[in-house]
Structures are given as C-alpha cells and as structure tokens.
Design a protein around this ligand. Structure first.
Ligand SMILES: Cc1cc2nc3c(=O)[nH]c(=O)nc-3n(C[C@H](O)[C@H](O)[C@H](O)COP(=O)(O)OP(=O)(O)OC[C@H]3O[C@@H](n4cnc5c(N)ncnc54)[C@H](O)[C@@H]3O)c2cc1C
Length: 510
C-alpha cells in the first residue's frame, strides 16, 4: 500500500482522460493519470506495425474533430510538437466507372466537382452548407459541447433566426437517405454523403445520420481532415507534454482494479497488485461496463442497471499495409486524398451496413481507407507508402476462421477501384475485433464509437441525467467517449467531466 495522495486521479490516458487531467491541473489540482497500457494515448497511437520505417496509426488517424475541438483549440499543442498535415483532398469517394466525388477544403471546388458529375448537385450542396460554413462557430458549439448543449443552440438561433434554427433542428433528426432525396442528390453525391454518414453506426435511413454526414463534410471545408505529422502519437505526445507543463503526471502500466469509496464518496483507487492511490476525485475514461466493474456495489442498483443496458455499435476489423508505392486509384481525385471511402454506389454501402446490422459478414465491405504517407513522407521510407483501413463487421464472428477471408474481401474492394493495389503490398498487419479490444479495453469489439450513436443513446449518453458525467458516488465521474457527445478524438467528454468535478468541489467547499 502506497501513501501517495493527489487531488484527483484520472483512470485511462486516452484523449478524453488527458483532456480531463489538463482541465483539472490547469485549475491547480494535483492530478495523476493511471493508464493500463504501456504507453499513453488510448486509441491515438503510432507504431511500426508492418516493417521498420513504416509508421502506422494503430487505431485512429484522421482528425477533423480534433482540429475543430474547442478543448484542444484552447491548448498550446503546437508548442509541444504537434503539426497538422493537410492532404490536398480531404476525402474522395470512387465510383465503379472511374470517377470519384471529392471533398476539397474549398467549398466552391467541391461544388464544381459535384456539378460536373450531376448538374445541380453542387448548387444543392452549397445551398445547404454555405450558411453553416459562414456561421461555423454557432454550429460547432452545438455539435461539440458538453451536455446539455445550451450556448450553441442559442448562437444557432442568433445566426440563422427562428426559421433557420428550426431547419437545423430538423437536420439533426433527418436520415441521410431523406436528405439525399430532398436536395435532390444524384447517384455520386448520394454515395459521397452516405460514406460520411457511415463513420457512425446510424443507418442511412435512420434519424441522426444526415447531420453526422453533413457535419463531417462541413468540417472538411472549414478545418480539413488532417493527421499529425509523424503519426497520431504526435497528438498524444503533445497532450502529455502539455499536461506535464501544467503539473499533471501520467503513469503507464498501471491498471486500476477498483475505485475505493468511504462514506459514499471516492477515497482513491486500487491498482492491480494492491497499491492504493488516495484522491477525492476520480474521472474515468472508461466504458460504462468498466465503470460498473470498477465502482461495483458503491453504485446504487438503479444506476447500475442504466449503465448495464448501454449498447455498443458494430465491431471493427482494421488492416495496415506497407506498400511499394502509392495506391493506383483509377480516379485522379482519390490519388490526392488523405481519406478514401471504399465501397462504391450508395445502394452497396447501405447493403453492407444492413448485412452488418443483421449479423452477416458483408461480401462487399465498406471501408474507411487512409493514405497518410501521401501528404506526410515521414510515415514511410523514401518512395514507399503506408495505408490504413478499418471496416465495420457484425458481432459474434469467429475471427480465427474469418479473418483472412475478410481481409481478402477488403483488399478486393480496394483493387476494384485501384487495379494493381494488391501487387504493391509489401506487408500487412491485421487487428481483428478481439485484438483491438485486447489492446484497448475502451474499444469493445473495436467499436470506433465506444457505444452506438442511435439517437436515444446519443442524447442520453451514457445514462439520462442533467449531467451525464456525474455518478451517484460523490467524486466519481465518467468522461470517456461513452459520455455525451460521444466518440472521435476531441476531448469534450473528458473536459466536461472534469469541469463538473471542479464545480462540485467548489460547491462543497463553499
Ligand atoms: C480503428 C479505429 C479508428 C478510429 N479512427 C478515428 C479517426 O480517424 N478519427 C477520430 O477522431 N476518431 C477515430 N476513432 C475513435 C477515437 O479513437 C475514439 O473515439 C477516442 O480515442 C476515444 O477516446 P477516449 O479517451 O474516450 O478513449 P480511449 O482512446 O479508448 O482511451 C481509453 C484509455 O483508458 C485505458 N483504460 C481502460 N480501462 C482502464 C483501467 N481499468 N485502468 C487504467 N487504464 C484503463 C485504456 O487502456 C485506454 O488507453 C477510431 C477508433 C478506432 C477503434
């Protein structure tokens, strides 16, 4: 038993845990972040997964939400070595006949590309997002805020008036399929919209999928879809560096086994191996089910039942490749893109998603494909390239048997739009859903969202409450991607949880 004592401990050094720790440390609290893995970062890491000199992002890689994040925007991360690399095309969506729809940073160029493929589509896109580009801050404060989002909607009202604000509220509820039909979008633009909607797990015909796609593509115009120079780990290093500057510490290889409570409030945490660290505040960057395990009987039964019913999204299979050269996409737009949505026409994307939802492994999977080395030569030896992809897969698959077959399907899809891709593969590294979860308990089955974004769970995340970050145990908070507003690398739930902790401790002192 150690006698170490801190004002606060943070369980988990993912981007949300680090954001929480920085928030607490900046307000003068002594903070220790405890991380079970050998390195900090959670799902923000870079390793030479295939061959020496090829730097692959182990999980996440493309960070529009991080660049737009009001949390990270408030930190001097560039001073700690972070440099964003912007590809000339944020995202491209190739179609079977050899053209691709591109998301350019420039809205006019994107609209021209859309109009070229189907006259009128560009005008429709500009008409929809032009006002949101102009009043981006109001939209961002609505989409990227802790719960309940109050200031953002008021700014939306101020920027667009009552009619415009209600239109925005309608967009939040709209399915992507309905939006594509009413714009109306042609086949290429619909596929392009669906691809962005499918970053989340909400079906394109379900409420909430339109705004996910529109916001992601809007971010492409306003902040881009960049990655850190040298790899995702540079973002983690910058967060850890800044945390140290403001007085916080990270301890890796330290798995928290349980939250220790006394008289209904947090007294500290116990680590594997028996050491205890004392603190009156514990902010947990963990899943609801891990929180259940950590806090156990200290949580009242009704709250336990609410945590237990929390649902995860589809599982994920990830592949990284070392390549002899760039990916030979037929579509020129895809050859310049940082991210390529691989899956083709809208109906094929929707079919793959339905297959996943109903427990079938898709025969033509949709994947999010990154080619980070195109814009960032530090990722691979001279002349060589890296590629990164993940694809949604159903629960309950025997990956011992299915892994090779599914990687072949993913590669066949890339080959369809980039003939000759497979000939350029020097080495590949595969993470199946259980392998992702084994590397990071915060990603059950590799679920990229740490929980389904179905509308009920998006709003009440992880449980209904005026502050979803606080728990019934005084001093215990949840601030992971499982809390509002959810996944992606932006640090909002972490900071929101830390702010509630600070407010409650101020109230207690008063
Ligand atoms: C394959 C994949 C690709 C993705 N791509 C993108 C992308 O390109 N862009 C994007 O914005 N987002 C992406 N995401 C999502 C994004 O990475 C996550 O939403 C984000 O990392 C969540 O941050 P977090 O801090 O909540 O959790 P995590 O990053 O999962 O960190 C949680 C940390 O807590 C630690 N932990 C858990 N339990 C304990 C314990 N008992 N004791 C100590 N430590 C513990 C874990 O080891 C982990 O380090 C991707 C996710 C995956 C899986």
């Amino acid at each position: 038993m150690t006698r170490e004592r801190y004002d606060a401990v943070v369980v988990g050094a993912g981007p949300n845990g680090l954001a929480a720790a920085i928030t607490l440390a900046r307000r003068g609290r002594s903070v220790l972040v405890l991380e079970t893995a050998a390195t900090a970062g959670g799902a923000v890491k870079t390793e030479e997964l295939t061959l020496p000199g090829f730097r692959h992002d182990v999980f996440s890689s493309v960070y529009p939400a991080a660049v737009a994040s009001p949390v990270f925007g408030d930190m001097p991360l560039e001073r700690h070595g972070l440099r964003w690399v912007h590809p000339p095309v944020a995202m491209a969506h190739p179609m079977p006949e050899g053209r691709a729809v591109a998301l350019y940073p420039d809205l006019d160029r994107t609209a021209a590309n859309l109009d070229e493929l189907a006259p009128g589509d560009g005008r429709a896109w500009r008409g929809l997002v032009g006002p949101y580009v102009e009043h981006f801050d109001a939209v961002r404060r609505t989409m990227m805020a802790g719960f309940p989002p109050v200031e953002g909607p008021l700014r939306v009202l101020g920027a667009f008036g009552l009619g415009g604000a209600l239109e925005f509220a309608r967009l939040v509820l709209l399915p992507a399929q309905a939006l594509a039909a009413e714009l109306p979008f042609g086949e290429h633009a619909t596929a392009w919209l669906y691809g962005s909607a499918m970053h989340g797990d909400v079906a394109v015909d379900a409420a909430g999928s339109a705004v996910a796609a529109v916001y992601l593509n809007l971010l492409g115009h306003v902040v881009g879809w960049p990655s850190p120079e040298g790899g995702a780990a540079a973002l983690t290093d910058a967060l850890v560096g800044y945390l140290a500057e403001v007085g916080g510490q990270v301890r890796t290889g330290a798995r928290v086994d349980r939250v220790v409570t006394a008289r209904g409030r947090v007294a500290g945490v116990a680590l594997d191996g028996g050491d205890c660290i004392r603190a009156n505040v514990a902010v947990c960057d963990v899943t609801p089910h891990t929180l259940l395990r950590l806090a156990g009987d200290a949580l009242p039964p009704a709250y336990r039942a609410r945590l237990a019913r929390y649902r995860y999204g589809p599982h994920t299979l990830k592949v990284d490749w070392a390549l002899t050269g760039p990916v030979p996409w037929t579509a020129p737009e895809a050859r310049e893109a940082g991210t390529v949505h691989v899956g083709g026409p809208a109906r094929e994307l929707a079919r793959a998603a339905v297959q996943v939802r109903f427990g079938e492994v898709p025969d033509r999977p949709f994947s999010l494909f990154g080619q980070q080395s195109l814009a960032d030569p530090t990722r691979a030896p001279a002349g060589r390239h890296t590629a990164w992809a993940y694809t949604r897969v159903p629960h309950g698959v025997d990956w011992g048997r299915e892994s090779d077959r599914h990687v072949a399907r993913v590669e066949a899809q890339v080959e369809r739009f980039a003939p000759g891709f497979c000939d350029r593969i020097l080495a590949r590294h595969v993470l199946t859903p259980p392998a992702i979860e084994a590397r990071n308990a915060g990603l059950p089955g590799g679920d990229v969202g740490t929980g389904s974004y179905a509308l009920d769970q998006l709003v009440f995340r992880p449980v209904p409450g005026l502050s979803p970050y606080r728990t019934p145990v005084a001093g215990l908070y949840i601030g992971s991607a499982a809390a509002f507003p959810g996944g992606a690398v932006h640090g909002i739930p972490g900071r929101a949880a830390a702010r509630v902790a600070l407010a409650e401790s101020a109230l207690r002192r008063w």
